[in-house]
Design a protein around this ligand. Structure first.
Ligand code: GAR
Length: 216
């Protein structure tokens, strides 16, 4: 089976990375990780990658004069590893318009809110403070504006009166892992195409892209 060649880019713990590693370990999963890149040397995800025998590199942004040089190095590493799809998984560094356009429709990101609500940081804390009734996560193609781009999948979870930021983070993370690995599969199977600001799907029933947990 032909497998889609992935890079996973991280900055921290790497639980989404772990979910992608686990999915790729199944022989019938249509994608494989070519390289894991962190911009932070202390990211726990680097350790996860090495433990799984993957190529894991740190490209520390603080060691570069400017963003263009940092992103040129990222691009070189991605090309060297013949990457076809870049998966941002807790990569906490804004990428410039040039880099993003080079990887247009070939770079995806997971964000811990139901976009276009709650772009940026502290999404769960803000949703709880606002009294929002649902939180969730979004898998989307990356565009130059922060947390913007065609939406591939979303999962919604109810926010309960007892929720804290930590409890919501953990509940949403479980869903992030589900939609990330399912979304990569859909892309690898050629079932997702970008049309204007949206994704269009083929051979996909709509509930596959709209998850609610727990199911009503
Ligand atoms: C995830 O919750 C992800 O959605 C978020 O960082 C966390 C990384 O967790 N990403 C963003 O906020 C990007 N805007 P992980 O390292 O355990 O996968």
């Amino acid at each position: 089976m032909r497998k889609l060649k992935l890079a996973v880019m991280i900055s921290g713990s790497g639980t989404n990375l772990q979910a992608i590693i686990d999915a790729c370990n199944a022989p019938e999963y249509p994608a494989e990780i070519m390289v894991v890149i962190s911009n932070r040397p202390t990211a726990k995800g680097l350790e996860r990658a090495r433990q799984s025998g993957l190529t894991a590199v740190c490209i520390d942004h603080t060691e570069y004069e400017n963003r263009a040089d940092f992103e040129a190095e990222l691009h070189t590493r991605l090309k060297e590893n013949e990457v076809e799809l870049v998966c941002l998984a807790g990569f906490m560094r804004l990428l410039g318009a040039d880099f993003v356009s080079r990887w247009k429709d070939r770079m995806i990101n997971i964000h811990p809110s139901l976009l276009p609500s709650y772009k940026g940081l502290h999404t769960h804390e803000r949703a709880i403070e606002d009294g929002a009734k649902f939180g969730g996560c979004t898998l989307h193609f990356v565009r130059p504006e922060m947390d913007d781009g065609p939406i591939i999948m979303q999962a919604a979870v109810p926010i309960t009166p007892d929720d804290t930021e930590q409890s919501l983070i953990q509940r949403v993370l479980v869903q992030e892992h589900i939609i990330y690995t399912a979304g990569i599969r859909m892309i690898a199977e050629g079932r997702v195409r970008v049309s204007g600001r949206k994704c269009v799907f083929k051979d996909t029933n709509w509930p596959e892209t709209n998850l609610i947990s727990p199911t009503p």
